[in-house]
Design a binder for this molecule. Structure first.
Ligand code: NDP
Ligand code: OXD
Length: 310
């Protein structure tokens, strides 16, 4: 019984060491350095994305662990029904995302994108100052990341709004749920943060219709997936003043090609999918803990519901 790891060597070596110490009966192999007989022994696969045709070579595979919190990069349709898919829930991703989104909201709240443009022109001009208690912030997606972000932003006194699929009760956050309540939620968002998983329901959700439902001059932060955003709609909303700025950590495609209009747009600030990076140490502990649970017949943390897609 063994584990197959697909990814960088440094991280793999660390995880191999953790499994050797805590589950010595499980050997960790690295893809593609594995022969076809040994593929038969693989029960657990750890990967960001599964290489083409690999799953069908693993007849005894039981669980696929995503190296990331999102699982949209894994072709779920390739996975036979009996194989469980588990997303990464680990404190390093949470703290990275909290840091990034808190920075992004404060950057938009304090008009830093405008000041960066002014600096290029040598222009000394103070823009209107809005107290944080009058700047409404909305979070789409109230899962492990959205809730942690809400807790961090609460410390700055922003009125907080949240939207999820099901009703959530989070102290200090006005919660909305489902498509029926989306417009009500959006009407409160001076700054909108997207922390949704990418599914059939959420693909392209950051579109012209949604932008029109925001207060005029709102700003957005997309730290979820590039597929949530309709690029042409964003450019139009910025150029028409419906939106004033966008901070994007994710794009479609990634990397964003050098000729893409986002790079040169004054209202857009881009980072290269670095909001939260899986931390080798804490993620390794999370993986080992889940494998131990699985071997004990207990339920694992982060199992994906295939129907919902997250
Ligand atoms: P969770 O699965 O914990 O939470 C997802 C949230 O989205 C839940 O609140 C869920 O609602 C809500 N949601 C899902 N579908 C819908 C829908 N159709 N309508 C309304 N709400 C919906 O995910 P995480 O918080 O752990 O992660 C969110 C995403 O962040 C990941 O999927 C990934 O794409 C992205 N990410 C990006 C990173 C980066 O570096 N840029 C790093 C890590 C993650 P409900 O509560 O009702 O289930
Ligand atoms: C993730 C990511 O999903 O890095 O964890 O985007």
């Amino acid at each position: 019984m063994s584990i197959l790891y697909v990814g960088g060597k440094e991280r793999g070596d660390h995880w191999r060491g953790l499994f050797a110490a805590q589950c010595p009966e499980l050997r960790v192999y690295f893809w593609p350095d594995i022969d076809s007989d040994t593929l038969n022994s693989i029960r657990y696969l750890i990967a960001w994305r599964t290489p083409p045709n690999l799953i069908e070579q693993l007849p005894h595979l039981q669980v696929v662990f995503s190296v990331g919190a999102g699982v949209d990069q894994i072709q779920v349709s390739d996975l036979p029904e009996h194989i469980e898919l588990v997303r990464m829930i680990e404190p390093g991703i949470v703290s990275g995302m909290v840091e990034y989104v808190t920075w992004a909201v404060l950057t938009l709240h304090r008009h830093i994108p405008d000041y960066l443009q002014h600096q290029k022109k040598g222009r000394w001009e103070a823009l209107d100052w809005v107290p944080s208690r009058q700047r409404r912030v909305g979070i789409m997606g109230l899962g492990s990341l959205g809730q942690a972000v809400a807790q961090s932003l609460a410390a700055f006194d922003f009125p907080l709004y949240g939207w999820a699929r099901s009703h959530r009760d989070i102290p200090g956050v006005h919660c909305f749920a489902g498509s029926d309540e989306l417009n009500g939620f959006l009407s409160h968002c001076d700054i909108l943060i997207c922390l949704l998983p990418l599914t059939d329901e959420t693909r392209g959700i950051l579109n012209e219709k949604l932008f029109r439902s925001l207060p005029r001059g709102a700003a957005i932060v997309n730290a979820a997936r590039g597929g949530h955003l309709c690029p042409g709609d964003l450019l139009r909303a910025l150029d028409q003043g419906q939106l004033r700025a966008a901070i994007l950590d994710v794009t479609d495609p990634e990397p964003l090609p050098p000729e893409h209009p986002f790079w040169s747009h004054e209202g857009i600030l881009i980072t290269p999918h670095v909001a939260a990076v899986t931390q080798t140490g804490s993620a390794g502990e999370a993986l080992v803990a889940n494998v131990v649970r699985h071997r004990a017949g207990e339920s694992m943390t982060g199992v994906v519901d295939r129907q919902r897609g997250y």
